[in-house]
Structures are given as C-alpha cells and as structure tokens.
Ligand binder design. Structure first.
Ligand code: ATP
Length: 319
C-alpha cells in the first residue's frame, strides 16, 4: 500500500490534530504518500483534499480542533453520496483510508469497507461513548475543562450558598458528567444511564446544609434532561437558590492534555501500521496500557458499558 487518505469527521475533539500528525509522520516514515481529506465525508464525496508531508503537520500537536476541518454529511449516508466518494477514492488512487471520529463516523467507515475500501477507524470524540476502547481521543481534555469549570463555579456557589447545576456534553453517554463529577466532588450526578430520583438529590442537598455545607454542585449529562427545568424543581422542593451553567462548546476546544496527545499519537501511528500490515476494516482502541485493534463490525455491535461502581463511589464520597 503506497497511498493512504486521512479524514476527521463528526464533532471535533482535542487531540485530532495529534492523531493526524501521527498518521502523516508514521505514514511517511513507512514510505507512503498521505492525502488529507478536508471536511470529513463531505470533502471525500466532493473531492476536497490536500497532499500532506512532514511539514504540513508541524506545530499542530498542541492545537485543539482539526486542521483538516470536519463536517456532518447527510449526503454520505445515501448510496449516491457514497458512490461519489468511491469515484473520488479511485480517481486519486487511495488504497486505504483512516477515519478519525466517533461512532457515526465509524458507521460511515463500515459502509466504505463494504464497498471494498480498506478502512481503519481512530476514535476521536469527547463523548467516550465507544465500548471497545477504554478512552476516546478528546475525552480527557474535555473532562479537565469541565473540572476547571467546577472549581470556579464552586467558589461562587459557596459565597452565595447556592446549588448549581452544571450541564455537560456527551450525547447519550454520561461519562463526561460521571468522571468529572467524581473528580470534582459533585454532590449529585445525573446521567442518561440512571433514572432520575429528584427526592434523593434534594434530600442530599438539605442534609449537606444541616452539616454545614455551603453549596451543592450537581452534574447533569446533556442526555439526561434540561438543566433549567431541573433547577426549578430543585429550588421548589428545597427552597435553596438553584442556578444553572450550561458549559457547551468550550468542552470541545482547547489544547489537548498530555494523555490525549499520547493516546492520539499512538492510535494514529497504529492505524497506519494496521493498513500496511494488510489488515483492514478495523478500529483502533486502548485497553489498559495496550493499543488494540478490533473488528469494526464487532466494535459497533457492543453497547457501551456503564461504570456503576464509579457512580456509586461518587455518591458515597459526596455525602
Ligand atoms: P461525535 O461522537 O463527536 O458526534 P460522530 O462521528 O459520532 O462524532 P456523527 O454526526 O454521528 O458524528 O457522524 C459523522 C458522520 O458520519 C455523519 O455526518 C455521516 O456523514 C457519517 N455517518 C453517520 N452514520 C452513518 C451511517 N449509518 N452510514 C453512513 N454514514 C454515516
């Protein structure tokens, strides 16, 4: 294999650039030509690309976002769209493709595999919603961004003796809320994976006040409901002033943490090795300290496991 394409797709995540850099640098090291596809699958079907070399990925390892751009492409979900992409792949002579993105992007990669394009997925999403890998690229940075926000909101909540609900991203997966809540000492964590018990949350707030607590932080995963509605209910039940902070897109930006840069570097390089070893239709992941490769069909089939023990621990430690 001499010519490999790389694209980033879906929501951007800190560390995508470090992954692109690893693909390009390891690809060149192993004697390949690397083609960067712009704007994800949208660029693939519209023929938007750039030839990449060692210099094109200089000075990006520490930058958030993705130098290739990303998009959500409705056209690629159609047979017509995918055929346009296939025509482009043939025209440019791509022999393999590396897709950096989340589960939706992997479904797109799976479709390309069916069309005979050797494709390897690299998990780039802040959501950490893929079961086959311990971590996705961007999750650690997003979690640290949230943790910084929790500390700041805690200061003002204490001063005003308020309850504050912090809504974070993650789609249907509660990992950002769960682990930043555990790390930040949140009093309660509300997740899509666990049914909401508002009476228990309010009781915990009132018990905390009885023993001298001057604030309560409640983490809310976006897939578990509306922060504004929840604040109103909590304030009505407890009588404590309850404010909301919806963190939004700051969670997707910023310089990647060392953890995400290392993960992205290892995974991006591994994706190239997989293609050059003649394997295909795989996704790269991490299991403990090992970088692993799983069959893409199997990876997408398994439901994300919920870490109930972390949830229970956060509850015990915040009483
Ligand atoms: P994130 O987790 O950050 O949202 P993602 O990769 O899951 O990232 P999606 O918007 O779900 O983001 O998917 C990205 C793109 O992948 C879509 O815009 C579409 O082009 C392609 N895609 C998603 N699902 C499919 C599918 N079933 N078949 C073909 N292509 C798909």
């Amino acid at each position: 294999m001499k010519k490999i394409g790389v694209l980033t797709s879906g929501g951007d995540a800190p560390g995508m650039n470090a992954a692109i850099r690893a693909v390009v640098r390891n690809g060149v090291y192993r004697g390949c030509e690397i083609i960067g596809i712009k704007r994800g699958y949208e660029g693939l079907l519209n023929g938007q690309y750039t030839e990449m070399n060692l210099s094109s990925v200089a000075d990006i390892i520490h930058r958030g976002g993705t130098i290739l751009g990303t998009a959500r492409s409705e056209e690629f979900k159609t047979n017509g769209g995918r055929n346009k992409a296939l025509e482009f792949i043939k025209k440019v002579g791509l022999e393999g493709l590396i897709v950096i993105g989340g589960d939706g992007s992997f479904k797109g990669a799976q479709e390309l595999c069916k069309l005979g394009v050797p494709t390897v997925g690299v998990p780039g999403t802040i959501d950490n919603d893929l079961n086959y890998t311990d971590y996705t690229i961007g999750f650690d940075t997003a979690m640290n961004t949230v943790l910084d926000a929790i500390s700041k909101i805690r200061d003002t909540s204490t001063s005003h003796e308020r309850t504050n609900i912090i809504e974070v991203m993650g789609r249907d997966c509660g990992d950002i809320a769960l682990y930043s809540g555990l790390a930040g000492g949140a009093e309660s964590i509300i997740l899509p994976e666990i049914s909401l018990d508002i009476e228990k949350i309010c009781e915990k707030i009132l018990n905390g006040i009885k023993r001298g607590k001057r604030h309560s932080i409640i983490m809310l995963a976006e897939g578990a409901g509306s922060a504004i509605d929840l604040a109103k209910s909590i304030q009505d039940i407890t009588g404590i002033e309850t404010r909301t902070t919806i963190l939004g897109y700051i969670q997707r930006g910023g310089s990647p943490t060392a953890f995400d840069r290392i993960l992205a570097s290892k995974m991006g390089a591994k994706a190239v090795d997989i293609l050059l070893d003649g394997e295909e239709n795989k996704v790269v992941g991490v299991n403990g300290n090992d970088i692993i490769a799983k069959d893409i069909d199997m990876a997408l089939k398994t439901e994300k496991r919920f870490d109930k023990s972390a949830y229970d621990l956060a509850d015990i430690l915040s009483r």
